[in-house]
Each structure stands twice: as structure tokens, then as C-alpha cells.
Design a protein around this ligand. Structure first.
Ligand code: SF4
Ligand code: SF4
Length: 54
């Protein structure tokens, strides 16, 4: 999996609604990307704190 969500995540949930394959879900007090990710990168630009990185 190439993309991951860093500790900078503020759990706003924006990326969850942006992901076309529902690959992002809550993980503790942050969010995480599952193996269903197709690396379309739609979530990268939607994150307000740039917490989704390669
Ligand atoms: S890169 Fe695309 S498929 Fe992967 S988590 Fe982000 S929005 Fe979803
Ligand atoms: S858009 Fe960014 S800050 Fe918001 S839940 Fe997703 S990774 Fe976290």
C-alpha cells in the first residue's frame, strides 16, 4: 500500500466521503487506509492538513 495517513490527521472525516472505494475508515482517534485502496489519490488533495502521504 503506497498511501498512508499520518499522525497529523485531525479526524475530520473528509477523506472518508471522498474515497470512491470506501477504503478509509476510523482507526482509534485517527483514520486509516485499507488494502482496498486503488491509489487514485483523490483523498490526498481533499485533506485539510495534508495528512495523507506516500
Ligand atoms: S487513494 Fe483513492 S482509493 Fe486510496 S484511499 Fe485515497 S481516495 Fe481511496
Ligand atoms: S481528510 Fe485528512 S484530517 Fe480529515 S480524516 Fe482524512 S486524513 Fe484525517
Amino acid at each position: 500500500m503506497a498511501l498512508k495517513i499520518t499522525e497529523d490527521c485531525i479526524a475530520c472525516g473528509t477523506c472518508v466521503d471522498t474515497c470512491p472505494v470506501s477504503a478509509i475508515a476510523a482507526a482509534g482517534d485517527k483514520y486509516a487506509i485499507s488494502a482496498d485502496c486503488t491509489e487514485c489519490r483523490a483523498c490526498v488533495d481533499c485533506c485539510p492538513v495534508s495528512a495523507i502521504v506516500d
